[in-house]
Design a protein around this ligand. Structure first.
Ligand SMILES: [Mg+2]
Length: 332
């Protein structure tokens, strides 16, 4: 699949670097290539530590968005999204929820290197108090806990009425054991880091390692492949949740297409993890896709030329990304 020559990609590529408002995965800057492509802007933003084979899947996604006809309808005017609470104090968590307009669903980061279990617990309790009994809470440990540690932590926070826990432990084998232990208290497990390719989903299904799978469009290689993955997950009785890979509004727009489609198919579609542009200090489009009150207004992205200039990456980073683009393109 080589829909466009490399020279065409290089010509319309803008390498940008955006400061994060809260450090994520140890990152303080988010780098990306934004293509000013024929079908509208598209984004290529594999994390810098990813190897070329993995980054090439993300590139297939950017090429599909920017050069190929969509297989899904245009997104609706708005989609449902969760709020996200990073590893902050209970007071800050309450402030963030207020500022976010009290979203119906909130994902709380737990198990991080900067936060103890007591601090996690206090943060989750503060979120429950702020949301009231009707709000939905999901936790995300990013694989940080060991098996027994995860069970202990989840039982400790069970009284806060948790829907599910995203990637409580790293390995799928541990996920499967923990899922059996958690089924008695009715808290589901979601696989996030474990699902990056089609084959990963087969393993999750075979091991019975999750109730929910987190679907990220770029890592899976684009909207078509993400949609195929969802169909396969649904056929196996799993639920899905669409999430971002910490993209600019360009990447978020394409993921919102998938969420809009799922919402049109079922009123029970889970709230998406796409309200993440607030973690970026700036954006590349004229109308950034910022969430409020659990809703994300979806506007077709129009590149802000001033922003592309303002956010242009330093020369050495630009050269690094262009060389990476050439290598990954050769792998498609
Ligand atoms: Mg996650």
């Amino acid at each position: 699949m080589v829909p466009s020559p490399l020279s065409e990609l290089l010509e319309c590529a803008h390498v940008v670097s955006l400061a994060l408002t809260t450090p994520f995965r140890g990152l303080t800057q988010r780098e990306a290539i934004i293509f000013d492509s024929p079908r509208g802007p598209s984004e290529w933003s594999p994390f810098v530590e990813y190897d070329d084979a993995e980054a090439a899947l993300w590139l297939a996604s950017a090429i599909e968005d920017g050069w190929q006809d969509s297989t899904l309808p245009e997104p609706p005017a708005s989609i449902r999204v969760n709020g996200t609470i990073p590893a902050v104090s209970p007071q800050e968590a309450t402030t963030l929820i207020t500022e976010a307009g009290f979203p119906h669903t909130v994902k709380v980061k737990v198990g991080g290197p900067t936060s103890s279990l007591d601090e996690d617990h206090a943060r989750v309790q503060a979120v429950r108090a702020a949301l009231g009994p009707a709000g939905r809470i999901r936790l995300d440990a990013n694989g940080a806990w060991a098996l027994d540690e995860a069970e202990h932590a989840i039982r400790l926070m069970e009284h806060c009425d948790i829907d599910y826990v995203e990637q409580p432990v790293e390995s799928l084998a541990d996920m499967a054991v923990l899922r059996t232990r958690m089924s008695e208290i009715g808290i589901g497990l979601a696989a996030d880091e474990s699902i990056r390719r089609w084959a990963d989903l087969e393993e999750v299904i075979a091991l019975g390692a999750a109730d929910i799978v987190v679907i990220k469009v770029q890592p899976l290689g684009g909207l078509r492949r993400a949609h195929d993955t969802i169909k396969k997950a649904h056929a196996a009785g799993l639920q899905v949740v669409i999430s971002s890979a910490l993209e600019t509004s360009v990447g978020i727009y394409h993921a919102a297409t998938l969420q809009g489609f799922l919402e049109s198919q079922s009123p029970h579609a889970l709230d998406a993890g796409l309200g993440t542009v607030s973690f970026l200090s700036d954006d590349v489009v004229e109308s950034p896709l910022r969430a409020h009150g659990g809703k994300l207004s979806v506007t077709k992205p129009r590149l802000d030329q001033g922003a592309l200039t303002r956010l242009r990456a330093p020369k050495d980073r630009e050269q690094w990304w262009r060389a990476r683009l050439e290598r990954c393109f050769a792998l498609l």
